[in-house]
Design a protein around this ligand. Sequence first.
Ligand SMILES: [Zn+2]
Length: 308
Amino acid sequence: MTTTAFITHRDCWLHDMGSFHPECADRLAAINDRLIAAGLDLYLSFYDAPLATAEQILRVHPESYLDELNASVPEHGIRHLDPDTAMCPGTMKAALRSAGAGVLATDLVLKREIENAFCAVRPPGHHAERAKAMGFCFLNNVAIAARHALEAHGLERVAIVDFDVHHGNGTEDVFRDDPRVMMASIFQHPFYPYSGADCTAPHMVNVPVPAGTRGDAFRQIVSDRWLPALREHKPQMIFISAGFDAHYEDDMGSVGLVESDYVWVTQQIKALAEECGHRNIVSILEGGYALSSLARSVVAHIKALADL
Ligand SMILES: [Zn+2]
């Protein structure tokens, strides 16, 4: 049986963008509850996320940006960086744990201590550009993990697959000029953040889909567009920007995926890794705001990662 790690930290609950904000700590509570209800906690290895170090973060974000983020943390209450994205006193602790989770997952997988990992963390990361917080994101967790694999472990090629309903503009911003990292995504378009349809670099396989897209069309695109490009790239490790806001029940977007689609795409990614001669997969939570469908989808995704 596969050993799958579940990496999180209680500090990720500290980040609060105000009452009724959809990106809230209840998301992690819902995932925990569903994990236990499914009996999955017996089969996973649990780890506390460490704080990401400055060295790890500066592989993606400039120092001036990190300084600016630290200086923006309010002593009390909430400070908005944009209409969607706000900081509270606990935000940087949560953000450093979220980035640290991906780094730890990468270390554990590459040291063969576990086979793969899911990081249940917030704030999410894929909208965070090199020097811009936006879309509920501050540090680009998946980008920091991918650069860690390249720079600290000496990998030469990795991939990031992103099935969040929104385009991962931050991830594209970081890796647009770094062909060691293939990004493969599907995202609703035109839709926030209104990017992703214009980059023609061969290592950026970002596929826009219209509102109303369902699982059969999603699977066709994965089969026709992602997998051939990824096979050619031969990534030595695959990161997943695992957003679950493309679920049918999630009002944040208008794409109609269901749990079986998340299981299917996870199995495709696992099979691709094996074709590339390894099982190195690190999955990091991005969006997903309808609490029930988020938690059910995460459990389905983890079961597929763990072959349960
Ligand atoms: Zn999203």
